[in-house]
Design a protein around this ligand. Structure first.
Ligand SMILES: Nc1ncnc2c1ncn2[C@@H]1O[C@H](COP(=O)(O)OP(=O)(O)OP(=O)(O)O)[C@@H](O)[C@H]1O
Ligand SMILES: [Mg+2]
Length: 232
């Protein structure tokens, strides 16, 4: 098991306003799996992703990555863990506005000990003709492709995506999903993708449905549907 969550709990707030956002989450994810985390707004998806990503702490429970317990890591080890093993793709692209597409992707490569080839990534992303533009000169889909490039050029063990298509139209969303699918298949990175689009579950190896901070249902797909064939 590459990633194990055991009895993860998380609350926010104090006293009467205290809410239990993650109630008791246990999950095991294998290396290379494409995981889709589904659930309505407020069900705890981003909170769980942030905890897996070492951006936020759980109140209790265990996270074991590649056999290593995360709480045993001090701040320095956590920083190294995020840098060496994780890639993030967010709903908003978070690109550096005054750097070109190529330079934004280079930032990701500098952070890695084992970066992928930048030209190859730019080519896969279909950004070769846009590589010298800055983000404000790109469409939303192109910006998201650049953000994917920045995350995957690190060749992270685990790619965390929080609503990566949330800001995009239907066709561009499918194109971005196909790209993440291609990355998962080509480089074998584990992908954990948060969405509230139910159709996306069909492209996953492993589907986890959250409701009110608990796992309502989780299962593995015997057959997957390619991102391009999805419809919603
Ligand atoms: N920093 C915080 N302080 C207080 N409450 C928070 C904080 N972060 C999240 N919450 C609450 O925790 C709950 C779960 O939030 P979370 O962002 O994980 O939901 P989500 O499933 O990602 O929803 P969405 O689909 O809308 O992004 C919500 O009720 C939210 O208001
Ligand atoms: Mg969210």
């Amino acid at each position: 098991m590459q990633l194990e969550l055991q009895n993860i709990k998380k609350s926010f707030g104090e006293g009467d306003s205290r809410i239990e956002v993650l109630k008791d989450i246990s999950l095991g994810i294998e290396k290379g799996e494409f995981v889709v985390l589904l659930g309505p707004s407020g069900s705890g998806k981003s909170t769980l992703l942030n905890i897996i990503g070492g951006i936020d702490n759980a109140d209790s429970g265990k996270i074991i990555i590649n056999g290593k317990l995360m709480s045993d890591m001090d701040e320095k080890a956590l920083t190294a863990y995020r840098r060496d093993h994780l890639g993030y793709i967010f709903q908003m692209y978070n690109l550096i506005p005054n750097l070109t597409v190529r330079e934004n992707i280079e930032v990701g490569a500098y952070l890695s000990k084992k970066p992928l080839n930048i030209d190859e990534i730019i080519d896969i992303l279909g950004l070769t003709n846009h590589q010298n533009k800055v983000p404000s000169q790109l469409s939303g889909g192109q910006q998201q492709r650049c953000a994917i490039g920045r995350a995957i050029v690190k060749n992270p063990d685990i790619l965390l995506c929080d609503e990566p298509t949330g800001a995009l139209d239907y066709n561009t969303s499918k194109e971005i999903l196909a790209l993440i699918e291609q990355v998962n298949q080509k480089y074998g990175n584990t992908v954990i993708m948060v969405t509230h689009n139910d159709a996306i579950k069909n492209m996953a190896d492993f589907v986890v449905k959250l409701r009110d901070g608990g796992i309502r249902k989780s299962y593995r797909n015997e057959e997957k549907i390619a991102a391009k064939e999805l419809d919603w």
